[in-house]
Design a protein around this ligand. Structure first.
Ligand code: UDX
Ligand code: UDX
Length: 464
């Protein structure tokens, strides 16, 4: 079976880059990415490719090559579904904010809407691919909707979870550790659908790195991978607090530990807490699933990863208040970085949001600089928390484009995202323009302590 037309519903951080790379690598396949958000689609179609809505190193080049050739962005969802042999669902699945499973379970309303739309429109057989991270057994629900509300056409449901990390999405897509495809291995139709998707990735991924499993294994593997990664960060962050009490240095500990080849060096960098759209949501989802099967020990075990992460964010913010003589009321505190990690403009669940909120509760004046995040996004993140009114946020928070201006006359600077450029600043100049004593809080262990102390900073770094 040869795929000629692909449709992807959801032009977000996952759908956009993934489809751009598929289109670039498979010039004979037409790829149409659709989204209900007109503004987002307009941005993907912007004449100046640097204005596409997602900042991701290398992405604009890929889009430039494929866009208009075999990569299209559109709001005409029905038309793209109708034409496609294969439909990827890549819409967001946020944590539920209401009803049963509130604060834990994944909200699948967008997924269901997509399924109903496909069922309504499709006039011939389709392969539907889950790209969004979903609770185990969602594929079954999808199939039920498609089979019972559809026009009598046949559907094959595949699970093809995305393992790309933001900031390195293009590299991760071009050279993935593995591609995982779950499908119905028991029927000829299922195997054929799996093979159709394998053939797409085989354009650039070696066959031995393309794994095929049953659907449930694939769905659960995605949650497991994110839970394991987040658990490593929480584990090293737990150690960071102990390091601070004992005089050990968390970077030294993580280096020593990571050189054990059984443990490995990655995801052992202590931080002010992990963020991003996936880790917290997926673990909460896992916890909810475990609980719903009555597996309380399993649920509690994974929940602790989130508890540790919340503690880390809070403890960092509290450290600032405590160090500034137990009050930050009316004091100017500069925040360096708002994105949840470097090289992305994504701010979802960023630790910076929670640190800012804590400091605002203590009546600090916050000034923020991030090289890629817009002022509008920062205010919308604070508003989303709902802690205080828009006016109150606007009165206490300023966003500036110049890092030196941000720090000028500040009592303290806190580094919250590990942007490379922060290392290259003229910290002497920053120090000279700050109020004294000048405090520097490094939530990413990014800066050189000795150098900063020689300048005169009162320096605190997480985990040392
Ligand atoms: C993805 C995955 O889908 C999610 O499950 C995973 O855990 C994180 O990554 P992401 O691409 O980051 O989500 O989400 P987002 O950037 O919010 O993009 C989703 C897009 O889907 C949005 O542009 C939204 O407008 C669109 N959408 C949503 C639709 O087109 N139709 C809908 O019904 C709902
Ligand atoms: C993650 C997974 O890595 C990816 O495979 C999955 O598809 C989506 O979720 P992402 O959230 O984009 O990707 O970024 P990731 O690099 O995993 O970082 C997540 C958070 O953990 C960031 O806030 C990051 O700063 C933090 N982190 C990561 C640490 O604090 N320390 C580390 O050692 C690594």
């Amino acid at each position: 079976m040869k795929i000629k037309n692909i449709c992807c519903i959801g032009a977000g951080y996952v759908g956009g880059p993934t489809m751009a790379v598929i289109a670039q690598k498979c010039p004979e396949i037409n790829v149409t990415v659709v989204d209900i958000n007109e503004q987002r689609i307009a941005a993907w179609n912007d004449k100046d490719v640097e204005n596409i809505p997602i900042y991701e190193p290398g992405l604009s080049k890929v889009v430039e090559e494929a866009r208009g050739r075999n990569l299209f962005f559109s709001t005409d969802v029905d038309k793209a579904i109708d034409k496609a042999d294969m439909i990827f669902i890549s819409v967001n699945t946020p944590t539920k904010t209401y009803g049963m499973g509130k604060g834990m379970a994944a909200d699948l309303k967008f997924i269901e809407l997509c399924a109903r739309q496909i069922a309504r429109v499709a006039k011939d057989d389709k392969i539907v691919v889950e790209k969004s991270t979903l609770p185990v057994r969602t594929a079954q629900a999808l199939k039920n909707i498609l089979d019972h509300t559809g026009n009598g056409v046949n559907y094959q449901i595949l699970s093809n979870p995305e393992f790309l990390a933001e900031g390195t999405a293009i590299k991760d897509l071009m050279d993935p550790d593995r591609v995982l495809i779950g499908g119905d291995l028991d029927t000829a139709e299922g195997k054929e659908a799996i093979q159709a998707l394998v053939n797409i990735y085989a354009h650039w991924v070696p066959q031995e790195q393309i794994l095929t499993t049953n659907v449930w294994s694939s769905e659960l593997s995605k949650l497991t991978a994110n839970a394991f990664l987040a658990q490593r960060v929480s584990s090293i962050n737990a150690m960071s607090e102990l390091c601070e009490k004992t005089g050990a240095d968390v970077d030294e500990v993580s280096r020593a530990v990571g050189m054990d080849s059984r443990i490995g060096a990655k995801f052992l960098k202590s931080s002010v807490g992990f963020g991003g759209s996936c880790f917290q949501k997926d673990i909460l989802n896992l916890v909810y699933i475990a609980k719903s099967f009555g597996l309380d020990e399993v649920a509690d075990y994974w929940h602790q990863v989130i508890i540790m992460n919340d503690h880390q964010k809070k403890r960092f913010a509290a450290k600032i208040v405590q160090t500034l003589f137990n009050t930050v009321s009316g004091k100017k505190i500069a925040l360096m970085g708002w994105a949840f990690k470097k090289d992305t403009n994504d701010t979802r669940e960023s630790a910076a949001i929670y640190v800012a909120d804590y400091l605002l509760n203590e009546q600090a004046d916050i000034v923020i600089y991030d090289p890629k995040v817009t002022e509008e996004q920062i205010f919308s993140d604070l508003e989303y928390l709902g802690t205080r009114s828009t006016e109150e946020n606007r009165a206490r928070v300023t966003v500036l484009q110049n890092p030196y201006e941000v720090c000028s006359n500040a009592h303290a600077v806190a580094v919250l995202t590990e942007w490379d450029e922060f290392q290259n600043y003229d910290w002497q100049k920053i120090y000279d323009n700050m109020l004294k004593p000048a405090f520097l809080f490094d939530g990413r262990k990014l800066l050189n302590r000795k150098e900063k102390e020689e300048i005169g900073f009162e320096f605190y770094a997480i985990g040392s």
